[in-house]
Design a protein around this ligand. Structure first.
Ligand code: NAD
Length: 501
């Protein structure tokens, strides 16, 4: 090869590699360059594409069928590829800013539609979308050696099919859009039927703003009236390359049976273990703030407490002093009767409790009435002493009522915590200053999130270090989802050249 050829080749490759690195590492504070604007005035390719499917125009992401939504999302994915990292960054900025700006009206419409949780916390959750990672999360990995340089890049799949829960519809879809689009994908949502109207309002508003700024109309689509059939159609659609499921055991099972790769953010039943080395006041306050948040709808929320006998009375005293109300055995029995249907086991099986949906995510005052007492509306949390086999311990009850179980030893506390978590490997919490107890519980529970001496939301960067996502992939192992979760790793190898020393 002549020197001239070598120089040309090197110049081209350097330009390409620098372009890639530059594109992936621009800072979040830069505003979108002109390339994020619609390209209809350049070669006309995108203009042609934009008019190629008139049925998909003017819907701003809200479609009647999975087929239309997937076709529109596929088209938007191609547009996003053309418009580059600047457009992804713009979309991230738009979604984060709009979630915060609309937190109050969107929190209200979600609360009015679902009638679960707490309005103040629905609003607070939308204000947190800015803590979801974005485009800057994706940094290529590079190798450099005697044989040249190699770049591994995190590249998009295409269209992601996403299923969202009733417990946080707009927050989950907003965080999902940030993560999925930051990675260069488009997304189609099948929301929970009881939280689908508010989801469609947010999706339409996001797309209108994104279209204005980038010319991409349907980067996040939604099926307006979601059903099990639309779930199946979304999963089957050839454009759907990957699934993200956020929900309980049934939808996780259904997604895993589709044959598509599924990232599953499944159910939890987080136990708390409290030993006698902890600060009981700090533990009490942390348990109240975690379990009371949005009336305990969060999958990470404290659902049952195991406490060493020697510190149990002090812990409960501190809980009473800090805004929680203790139910006596008769009151707890009345509430349990109302909140669960107990079906006797068949053929010698154990009795099985089913949570009464009328109590999920309801205020403490509603639960208190079922317990036979009247409480002020601002009561944060109820608690009561139970044994380890109580339905409030075994079920993921999602109510602002936490059962407290006395244990005689650290070993018993850890063993019962493990049993109550049901192997979901989701979240566990400990209040202890004994590193051996902390380590033993971390190893035994083997959960995705393990929080020490704080409330559960600290595990999502809220009062602890870290970043936020409302989709925590547990059975499939991806952990707290982030842009990298939604990428394919691709390697690009330059042989013998471009190592600069
Ligand atoms: P859910 O399982 O009833 O519904 C979740 C979604 O799945 C909804 O969109 C629903 O329509 C759909 N769905 C349910 N069964 C289905 C099936 N058989 N086929 C297809 N789709 C189906 O859950 P929910 O009450 O809305 O949310 C609460 C549950 O979600 C809890 O178990 C909670 O722990 C879990 N969750 C987990 C995370 C996480 O990040 N791991 C986050 C939020 C909620």
């Amino acid at each position: 090869m002549s020197t001239a050829v070598n120089e040309t080749l090197i110049r081209d490759v350097v330009a390409e590699v620098l372009g890639r690195i530059g594109g992936a590492t621009t800072t979040a504070t830069q505003s979108a360059p002109a390339s994020a604007a619609p390209k209809s005035d350049s070669c006309g390719c995108s203009a042609k594409k934009a008019t190629s499917a008139p049925a998909l125009r003017g819907k701003f992401g809200v479609f009647a069928t999975a087929e239309e939504a997937c076709a529109a999302a596929q088209e938007a994915f191609v547009q996003l590829q053309q418009k580059g990292v600047a457009a992804r960054r713009k979309i991230e900025e738009i979604v984060k800013a709009m979630a915060e700006k609309n937190a109050e009206p969107w929190g209200k419409i979600e609360f009015e539609e679902t009638k679960i949780g707490r309005l103040d916390h629905k609003i607070a959750k939308l204000g947190l979308i800015k803590l979801v990672p974005g485009v800057d999360w994706l940094r290529p990995d590079a190798r450099s050696g005697d044989h040249g340089i190699t770049l591994e890049e995190y590249t998009p799949f295409g269209v992601v099919g996403a299923i969202t829960p009733s417990t946080h519809s707009i927050p989950t879809l907003s965080g999902n859009i940030v993560n999925i689009v930051a990675a260069g994908n488009a997304v189609v949502f099948n929301a929970h039927p009881s939280a689908a109207k508010c989801a469609a309002v947010a999706v339409r508003a996001y797309n209108e703003a994104i279209f204005r700024e980038t010319g991409i109309e349907n980067i996040a689509c939604i099926i307006e009236k979601p059903t099990l059939d639309s779930f199946n159609a979304l999963c089957k659609n050839e454009n759907t390359r990957l699934l993200l499921v956020t929900g309980g055991p049934m939808v996780v099972k259904a997604a895993m049976q589709t044959g598509k790769r599924a990232i599953c953010a499944g159910p939890g039943n987080p136990p708390v273990f409290v030993d006698d080395t902890c600060c009981p006041t700090r533990a009490a306050k942390a348990i109240i703030s975690g379990a009371a948040f949005d009336n305990n709808l969060l999958c990470i929320g404290e659902k049952q407490v195991f406490v060493l006998d020697s510190v149990a009375d002090r812990l409960m005293q501190r809980m009473s002093e800090n805004g929680a109300v203790k139910l006596n055995p008769a009151q707890l029995a009345s509430l349990t009767k109302a909140a669960f249907t107990i079906k006797e086991g068949q053929g010698g099986g154990c009795a099985q409790a089913h949570t009464n949906k009328d109590f999920i995510g309801k205020d403490t005052s509603v639960l208190a009435q079922a317990a036979g007492i009247n409480l002020p509306a601002d009561t944060q949390l109820l608690f009561g002493e139970t044994d380890a086999n109580h339905p409030f311990v075994k079920e993921e009850q999602m109510m602002p009522m936490i059962p407290i179980v006395r244990v005689k030893s650290v070993e018993e506390g850890i063993a019962l915590s493990l049993q109550s978590e049901h192997g979901y490997k989701h979240t566990a919490i400990i209040h202890s200053h004994d590193v051996e107890n902390i380590t033993a519980m971390a190893r035994a529970l083997d959960t995705t999130l393990f929080v020490k001496n704080g409330p559960s939301p600290a595990g999502l960067g809220l009062g602890g270090e870290g970043y936020l996502s409302f989709s925590i992939a547990t059975p499939t192992g991806e952990g707290i989802t982030n842009p990298r979760t939604f990428t394919r790793v691709r390697r690009c190898v330059m042989v013998d050249n471009l190592r600069i020393y």
